[in-house]
Design a protein around this ligand. Structure first.
Ligand code: IMP
Ligand code: MG
Length: 185
């Protein structure tokens, strides 16, 4: 696997900008859920870094849970619209105030499927917090209550988001230069 510097075309969102915005989102969530115990559900694996930073800025009582989803049938960097739950929750969410923590909403198929899936379990409320919103690519409407950044139609990686499962550790969001990227060597 290449070093990230060799496939990076530009830093789209710096570490400082990410940290500032995540702190703002945490403060907003804390205000909105004051007096209401919250359940944050992180969508693995892309939402992990966002969740762990975000929860440090939520100063009201909350729990965390994890779910994993995969979309299949299309190319590696395309959502096919067919989504499967690969890791379900271990707890009952009936009557809970739930906030889904997701890295990016692209076509919208993944999160829509998760919303439909969880709605049948009758949570008290169910909202979405997404770090990135690639809204120009939207195919199905997604109500995003908390949105970090609107981004253009470019493939990004870092801060939890992967390029073929690598580079999730980077503290910033970068744009990949697909001409320079040679995963096989
Ligand atoms: P959607 O179903 O098209 O909204 O796709 C959402 C999922 O695709 C996200 O949860 C990401 O895992 C992945 N994804 C979409 N765009 C990007 C990107 O630019 N970089 C990394 N992953 C992405
Ligand atoms: Mg994801």
């Amino acid at each position: 696997m290449q070093a990230y510097q060799d496939v990076l075309s530009e830093v789209l969102i710096s570490e400082e900008a990410l940290q500032k915005r995540v702190a703002e989102l945490g403060a907003e969530i804390s205000r909105d859920y004051k007096g209401k115990p919250l359940l944050l559900i992180c969508i693995l694996r892309g939402g992990v870094m966002f969740l762990t930073d975000l929860m440090r800025h939520i100063d009201t009582p909350h729990m965390i849970e994890f779910m994993a989803v995969s979309s299949y049938g299309a190319g590696k960097r395309e959502s096919s619209g067919r989504v499967r739950i690969t890791l379900d929750l271990n707890i009952d969410i009936c009557d809970k105030d739930v906030l889904l923590v997701e890295d990016i909403i692209d076509s919208g198929h993944t999160i829509s499927h998760v919303i439909d899936f969880l709605s049948t379990r009758r949570p008290q409320s169910l909202y979405v917090c997404a770090l990135l919103d690639k809204s120009v690519r939207r195919e199905v409407h997604v109500p995003i209550r908390y949105s970090g950044f609107e981004i253009p139609d470019k493939f990004v990686f870092g801060y939890g988001l992967d390029l073929d499962d690598y580079y999730r550790n980077l503290p910033f969001i970068g744009v990949v230069d697909l001409k320079k990227y040679h995963p096989e060597g």
